[in-house]
Design a protein around this ligand. Structure first.
Ligand code: GLU
Length: 290
C-alpha cells in the first residue's frame, strides 16, 4: 500500500484563525498517525488577494502550533505551466469555452437565477457566441475566463463516485455547479483546477479538509477523470463553529492565531486542547452532517 500523504493548503489572504488551526491539525495528525507524510502548499494564485506577509504568517503560525511539514513548501504561483497545459488539453477536446461576462452581466442575464453549491449558476451566455465572434474578441485582447462545458465534460467522463471517510460513498454531481470557471480573468487557474492538479502532482493520498469543500470534490473528481489523474481518499471533517453558531471566520470573532500568540498563549497547548475537543468557551465542533 502507498504510504499516506496529506496536506494543508491555505490561501494567504489573511492570518490563520482557530478554524485553520483545527483543519491543519486534522490533516497533520491523519498523515502522521498512519506513519505518513504531511505537506504544506500555499494556494497563492489569486494575485489580487494573496499577500507575501500572510505566507510568512502561515509558516510562523503552524510552527507555533508545533506542526512540522515534510519537504519544501509548494507554492501554486510556481505551477502555472502545469495549469496551462491542462487547460490546453481540455480546450483541445472541446470541453472549454471563453467567457467574457462580468459579474454584473451574469447577475443581469439570469432571468430565473439558479443557485448551486458555489453560488449563482452561470446561465451559459457565452456558450452560444458564434466561434468567429469569440475568436475576434480573444484576438482583440478582451479579458476572458475559461469555463468548463460541464454537460459535455460529464458525458465524456461518465458516472463518477468518490469516497468520504466520514460520509461514505458519494455520487458526484458536478452538473450542480453549472459551467465552472477553470481559468479566471485575473488568475491563470481557478481553485478547482489548481487544487486537483496539485493534489495529484504532490502524490496526496488522503485529502483531509473541511466539510465546506465536500461538494467541490464532485468537480475535482470530474477533473481527475478528464485529466487522467488518480482519485485520493477524502475526509471532510466537521467545521468549528463560532459563538453565533455559524462557521468560524474572522467576521464572527474567530481569534487570529497571531493575536493569541501576542496575548501570550502557548501554541502547543492550544493544539493539544483542539485535539482533545477542548475549545475556548463559546466555540464548538459542528455535528458531522450540519
Ligand atoms: N486553499 C483552500 C482554502 O484556503 C483550501 C483548499 C483545500 O483544502 O482543498 O480554503
Amino acid at each position: 500500500m502507498t504510504a499516506v500523504v496529506t496536506r494543508f493548503a491555505p490561501s494567504p489572504t489573511g492570518r490563520l484563525h482557530l478554524g485553520h488551526a483545527y483543519a491543519a491539525l486534522q490533516a497533520h495528525d491523519h498523515g502522521r498517525a498512519a506513519g505518513g507524510r504531511f505537506l504544506l502548499r500555499i494556494e497563492d494564485i489569486d494575485g489580487t488577494r494573496s499577500r507575501e506577509e500572510h505566507v510568512a504568517g502561515i509558516v510562523e503560525d503552524l510552527a507555533w502550533l508545533g506542526l512540522a511539514w515534510d519537504g519544501p513548501v509548494l507554492r501554486q504561483s510556481t505551477r502555472l505551466a502545469a495549469y496551462r497545459a491542462a487547460l490546453a488539453a481540455l480546450r483541445e477536446r472541446g470541453l472549454l469555452y471563453a467567457c467574457f461576462c462580468t459579474r454584473a452581466d451574469i447577475a443581469a442575464s439570469a432571468s430565473a437565477p439558479h443557485h448551486g453549491p458555489d453560488g449563482l449558476v452561470y446561465p451559459g451566455t457565452c456558450r452560444h457566441l458564434p466561434a468567429a465572434d469569440t475568436a475576434a474578441r480573444i484576438a482583440a485582447g478582451v479579458p476572458h475566463a475559461w469555463r468548463l462545458a460541464v454537460d459535455r465534460a460529464v458525458a465524456a467522463a461518465g458516472p463518477l463516485d468518490w469516497h468520504d471517510a466520514i460520509a461514505g460513498r458519494q455520487r458526484a454531481d458536478p452538473g450542480a455547479f453549472g459551467d465552472v470557471v477553470l481559468a479566471r480573468k485575473d488568475a491563470p487557474a481557478s481553485y478547482h483546477l489548481a487544487v486537483t492538479i496539485d493534489d495529484a502532482a504532490q502524490g496526496i493520498t488522503d485529502v483531509v479538509r473541511g466539510r465546506d469543500l465536500m461538494r467541490a470534490t464532485d468537480i475535482h473528481r470530474l477533473l481527475q477523470a478528464l485529466l487522467g489523474l488518480p482519485t485520493p481518499r477524502y475526509r471532510h471533517h466537521p467545521l468549528l463553529l463560532g459563538p453565533d453558531g455559524t462557521r468560524l471566520a474572522k467576521r464572527n470573532g474567530a481569534p487570529a492565531l497571531a493575536d493569541l500568540r501576542a496575548a501570550g498563549e502557548d501554541g502547543r497547548a492550544l493544539a493539544a486542547a483542539l485535539r482533545d475537543g477542548r475549545l475556548p468557551i463559546g466555540f464548538m465542533v459542528a455535528s458531522a452532517y450540519l
